[in-house]
Design a protein around this ligand. Structure first.
Ligand code: NAD
Length: 298
């Protein structure tokens, strides 16, 4: 099975990037969102993405023009999916919004359409039945700024058809991703299963008063050869995300250390607008964080 027509549902941060990336690589892309005002803003986002593709990937104007020629938008869901070989869902991370969406689109999409969710934290098995085509449903998970951080984690649920899974792996490669197949469902996929415990361990060491930011990062960088330590990574991910993850965990577990971490992040970073590289300051100051100094690792 090979795909030609791709529909992206949800044109926010990730949806707009997935749509542009797919169009750039020659797919015929239709972008769906709930109203035309949002889609007008999405068109502005596409222009910004085009600039980023030129700057970061040295894309030519001809390539950009072709990408735009492959892109259309609509707020009519029936029209959006009428020809779709693959539907990529990138709507809000809210189980009831996603379930309602799948129940509706399952009635409108042709039988051939494969459905993929870009959910970060939910499991495809949660939605498999509401898609009306569980064999043709799986997760295809991208990272923010997909043209640069080009991972595509592909994760089925127990009922996903193997052929469908392989077709989505092939599609991910065709749009310039590094395809990363998972053999079973895993909360956090691979990347966050690795990253969240590392970042959490680093903040625990800091909040517990074991060592300072630079020493913790230096330890990791010297010991493993990694170009960034956990606090350098946290600045890139964004401290708001770390704050939200810790807050959720603190509420669930009532762990005193987690509660202390939430307070620490709020007081020292969130309330001061120091949110990481995006705001120019987080654990380090940008554009010249101290971990780039030639003596940092000594
Ligand atoms: P976002 O809030 O930026 O965008 C969501 C879009 O969905 C909005 O344009 C909204 O108008 C639209 N929408 C709302 N209800 C809809 C509906 N019923 N039908 C169609 N569109 C609808 O969100 P985002 O950050 O792009 O996240 C979208 C999905 O991608 C989530 O599942 C999230 O977990 C996942 N994701 C996000 C990131 C990230 O870094 N932002 C990374 C990987 C995966």
């Amino acid at each position: 099975m090979s795909f030609k027509n791709v529909t992206v549902a949800g044109s926010g941060v990730l949806g707009s990037q997935i749509a542009f990336q797919s169009a750039f690589h020659g797919f015929n892309v239709c972008v769906y969102d709930i109203n035309d005002d949002i889609l007008e803003k999405t068109k502005e986002t596409f222009k910004k993405l085009a600039e980023a593709f030129k700057k970061d990937l040295h894309a030519t104007q001809e390539q950009i023009d072709k990408a735009f020629a492959n892109l259309r938008t609509t707020s009519d869901l029936e029209k959006a999916v009428s020809e779709a070989d693959l539907l990529i869902e990138a709507i809000p991370e809210n189980p009831s919004i996603k379930t309602a969406f799948y129940q509706k689109v399952s009635q409108l999409a042709p039988k051939k359409t494969v459905f993929a969710t870009n959910t970060s934290t939910l499991m495809p098995s949660t939605f498999a039945e509401s898609t009306g085509r569980p064999k043709q449903f799986l997760a295809l998970h991208f990272a923010n700024e997909i043209w640069k951080h080009n991972t595509a984690e592909i994760m089925g649920h127990p009922g996903t058809d193997k052929g469908v899974f392989n077709s989505v792996v092939a599609f991910a490669k065709e749009i310039g991703m590094v395809a990363l197949p998972l053999h079973k469902e895993q909360p956090g996929y691979i990347v966050n299963s690795l990253l969240v415990p590392l970042l959490s361990a680093a903040t625990n060491l800091l909040v517990n008063g074991v060592a300072d930011v630079e020493t913790i990062d230096k330890t990791w960088m010297v010991a493993t050869g990694a170009p960034l330590g956990p606090f350098g990574i946290l600045d890139v991910v964004g401290i708001t995300t770390a704050y939200n993850i810790n807050k959720m965990s603190a509420e669930q577990t009532k762990d005193p250390l987690k509660i202390k971490t939430v307070e620490y992040l709020k007081e020292n970073f969130i309330d001061k607008g120091k949110l990481g590289t995006a705001t120019g300051e987080g654990f380090y100051k940008y554009p010249n964080p101290s971990y780039l100094n030639k003596d940092f690792l000594k």
